[in-house]
Design a protein around this ligand. Structure first.
Ligand code: GDP
Length: 141
């Protein structure tokens, strides 16, 4: 299968706790290459736009407050079947339900403060990658 790209975000809980390096090492061990990364502090407007699909959910306000609470680290990742493989490697949304050895089982604090975001479809991977990396130099182009 051809190489494809997907977007991860090391969320403010994990980034603030100094777990970004371990999470990136975990993803590289799982066969992903880092295509691009940066450290950003999302504004409220950016977080609301990124999670707009959840606007009507009861946890939306709390999620936006969490995602703007400190720096986070978007990462553009590449491997075969990148979207599905990253979803598998990060585990279930709630770390209590995540398979052993997944990123969320290892590093997440709670269902909301769950260490990492991963795009859930190739279409969203394209949209979310452009959100953070449009116009960015990619040495692995
Ligand atoms: P994901 O694709 O596994 O990240 O999960 P979703 O797209 O369903 O939710 C987006 C994010 O919202 C999750 O990663 C959590 O940070 C947060 N979230 C999801 N469900 C809940 C919930 O029931 N309560 C709270 N407080 N946060 C949630």
């Amino acid at each position: 299968m051809n190489q494809s790209d997907t977007l991860a975000i090391v969320k403010p809980d994990a980034f603030g706790a100094g777990k970004a390096g371990k999470i990136l090492a975990h993803l590289e061990s799982a066969g992903f290459r880092v295509v691009a990364t940066r450290v950003v502090r999302l504004s409220r407007t950016q977080a609301e736009a990124f999670y707009a699909v959840h606007r009507e959910r009861p946890f939306f306000g709390s999620l936006v407050a969490f995602m703007t609470s400190g720096p986070c680290m978007p990462v553009l990742l590449r491997r075969e079947d990148a979207v599905a493989e990253l979803r598998r490697v990060i585990g279930a949304t709630d770390p209590a339900e995540a398979d052993e050895g997944t990123v969320r089982a290892l590093y997440a604090e709670s269902k909301e403060r769950n260490a990492i975001h991963a795009s859930d479809s190739p279409e969203n991977a394209g949209i979310e990658s452009a959100f953070f990396f449009a116009g960015t130099d990619r040495l692995l182009a």
